[in-house]
Design a protein around this ligand. Sequence first.
Ligand SMILES: [Zn+2]
Length: 78
Amino acid sequence: MLYCLVSFFYMQPVVAPKTFPTVSETYVYICTGGSSKRYHKTDRCKGLDNCKGTIKKVTLAYAEDKGRTPCKICYKKR
Ligand SMILES: [Zn+2]
């Protein structure tokens, strides 16, 4: 009975080392200053050409927390 219990745990998949997080943050680009309300997939987006402030790399969670919405150019439907 005890042996079954031990073997059960032994068969569990190996957990990924903490030094290599499996969940990677998604980064987006926002334009600080001005009235920009978008976040961009890439800092080469045309929508950032009109940016009067600085282009800042932030996490997607941060951008959405600030009320930013996806740029229509970067995230256009195909
Ligand atoms: Zn964009």
